[in-house]
Write a protein that binds this ligand. Sequence first.
Ligand SMILES: [Zn+2]
Length: 579
Amino acid sequence: MASLAITRRGFIGSGGALGLASISPRAMAAVLDPAPTRIYKGARIHTLDPAIPSADAIAISGSRIVGVGTWVELKALASARTEMIDLGGQTVVPGFNDAHLHAVGESLLGDVLVGNPFEVEFPTIESIVARLRERAAQTPPGRLVRGEFYDDTKIKDGRPLVMADLDKVSTTHPVIVTHRGGHTGVVNGFALKNAGITRDTPNPFGGTYDRDANGNLTGRVTDAALNFVRDAAKEPDLSPEQLRARAIAGQAKISQEFVRYGLTSVCHTAPGLVAASTGLADDFAAIQQIRREGRLLHRVTYETSGAMLDAMIANGIRTGYGDEWIRFGATAEQFSDGSFSERTMSRSTPYPGRTPPYYGNIMQTQEGLDALVEKQMRAGIQPNFHANGDVAIAMVLTAYERGMKLLGPADRRPKITHCTNVSPQLVARIKALGAVPALFTSYAYYNADKFHFYGAEMMEHMMAYRMLIDAGVPVCAGSDFPPGPFAPLMGLQGMVTRKGWNGEVWGPSQKITVMEGLKVLSSNGAHASFEEDLKGTLTAGKLADMVILDGDPASVDPEKIKDIRVQQTIVGGDVKYKA
Ligand SMILES: [Zn+2]
């Protein structure tokens, strides 16, 4: 059965709404001739639309889907102008949606990458030192040499980096290697000396200069201490023009990477959170610039913070303002507790095997959370808090419940970034609020080497896809890149198998099916940004955002889902990536 009836009416309706002056020549042709511009046939299509769950053909006109069904049904729509493409049995799914990550394209281009941003890989310490040394040789003495994408549990030597390694890079430059989780780093002696840190310096509030058994600095610095060492290190001198050019190149680069992996919609949590310490130029301007140049390949939901969020509130700009390519979403993630992968998230029961008992870090008071949520909800802005541990999630829910009660019932979909450690009680509160949790995706595969820090029992309540879906919560996907790779198929494999790269299975009770995982990765993401009428399923009238895969995730060996190759990524009817 095809969904054709709404098709032509739906398309012509949307063409009219656009206004003819604003549409491209190709779309204009489509308005004059409502036949599809393209029909794909011979495909295994998972639409995720319960009305027509599977199909073998899909028709597109301009930026929209105009028909989904069988080839026999759809070919009746064609005109002489219609391009017919036989996919030869390849699989088509809705474009993938990542509801939370940090779009650090500049770092991919400009920093020394000491780990693989996208895949599991084990570099040697020698190779890391060599790469950093090469950069130091091109950097004026005294200026920062920055390494990114370090992962302490993915080093071939079987031990983490220490200060002595980085002293081999340089004794005349500050060298800072940041963990991909973002909360800790390893630095050389020069960087510590440059920041005035000696073995007698006390730890700052909210951070540590780690020391060995003899009290000597090891070079590992955490949270506030990392920020302090970073702030003291001088960046290489760049003019405002160079900074702007770097931001533009960075956004163009990451857009290419997103579509290479099949992502068509991405929530960018604004770098306002880190800009002060990294000197990043305004990425929002850069995103608009690459769009003007035709180099924006994915759709951006921009989640902002700081002065930009204040300006939105002051000027009545609400969540959803923008268009199909760039729009304002929820706030950027606002921190309520620590990190899952770096083991500082809040816990109601102590971390296993730690003396004295350690319960993780809470970063906000209840009053602080209440005030922020109320202010944002009053302004029509979707609040969004990072909460990993059960204590922090409960606090955030309390603030959301208070805000909803105060302002009366409305469809606000308050967002919880990560929402890692839940209980049935917390899940019931999430459901009652209509909150949208964005869970880690690639962690089950990528970070399995860190879960022994939590243990088997706790892991049955972490990234609890099964529990949330069973309760009817439209849980969505948030890779949190750089901390997790953003590859949606790696994420899907982890959701389905809960098995890591190292063969370890953690939290098997939380496994979900491939079809449930595909929903998490598309339609639930569309719901989280209030765009379910526009995208997330392959349905006539919606945006033609879809991915062509060389294998069907629903029928391959679940442990090979991540190896399925993205053949094409189509956004708004245009092929934005081709293998
Ligand atoms: Zn994040």
